[in-house]
Design a protein around this ligand. Structure first.
Ligand SMILES: C[S@@+](CC[C@H](N)C(=O)[O-])C[C@H]1O[C@@H](n2cnc3c(N)ncnc32)[C@H](O)[C@@H]1O
Length: 225
């Protein structure tokens, strides 16, 4: 069967993958690394870290593991404890991951972390005393745990190609996993997604997006009255 993943270089010099079935890249073509840093780390995790030093983080769509790797580096640099939980029903084949990491040109210690993240399937793995990681090979629709999550990285493919990930039902599932005042960050800025989040009792901020994109969403879950 032909591979569904192709390496593409993005404008900041970092790689992403192109998924031939979804006809979409895993990150912005204007910069994979800069998008992950901006949306998920600077606008999301850094804000969560201002509030708490022990964080439960939930990622929808582990993919290449770039967000997880950056979150690991952030935890180490900022003396933060992260329990990182994520979902990936369609893991990227190993040879594609190796090709991706070669293009990322990781230092040897981060390359080891990258490989350990991808080797961990369905069981918790400790990467030092500040970062535990579990990746479930499940879809959001088949994940029924309710971890008290402090921040969600919502990194599904876009509403245009994967609309089922952006319905009220899907976002309700995620909301049910979140603590009051927890954050959800996503690169997506669609009005329909903002409206659903507001209906689910989130306070929605439209913040500047990555790489010159006008907007992204950061939403805070409010307590039900
Ligand atoms: C935009 S890519 C994620 C990029 C990833 N965060 C990264 O840093 O490489 C979307 C990911 O969502 C995964 N996905 C697709 N359907 C899903 C579902 N129903 N539940 C959870 N993840 C899903 C895809 O396999 C893909 O890895």
């Amino acid at each position: 069967m032909p591979t569904q993943h192709q390496i593409r270089m993005t404008k900041d010099g970092s790689p992403t993958l192109f998924h031939t079935h979804y006809n979409q890249t895993y990150h912005s073509v204007n910069g994979a690394l800069s998008e992950s840093q901006h949306v998920f780390i600077r606008t999301g995790l850094a804000e969560a870290a201002r509030r708490k030093s022990q964080i439960v983080l939930f990622e929808v769509g582990f993919g290449t593991g770039l967000n997880a790797l950056l979150a690991y580096s952030f935890a180490i640099a900022n003396n933060l404890h992260i329990q990182y939980l994520c979902l990936e029903p369609f893991p990227v084949p190993h040879n594609q991951l190796l090709a991706f990491s070669r293009q990322l040109q990781l230092p040897a210690d981060l390359q080891q972390v990258f490989l350990r993240l991808h080797a961990a399937k369905n069981i918790p793995v400790s990467l030092g005393d500040r970062f535990t990681f579990t990746c479930y090979e499940k879809s959001l629709q088949n994940y029924h745990d309710r971890p008290g999550t402090d921040i969600v990285f919502y990194d599904a493919f876009s509403p245009a190609v994967q609309p089922e990930m952006w319905t009220e039902q899907a976002l309700q599932c995620v909301s049910d996993m979140m603590n009051d005042d927890a954050l959800l960050v996503t690169y997506c800025a669609k009005g329909a997604v903002k409206r659903i989040l507001r209906q689910l009792n989130f306070v929605v901020e439209s913040l500047p997006g990555a790489n010159g994109k006008r907007e992204m969403i950061r939403a805070t879950k409010k307590q039900h009255p």
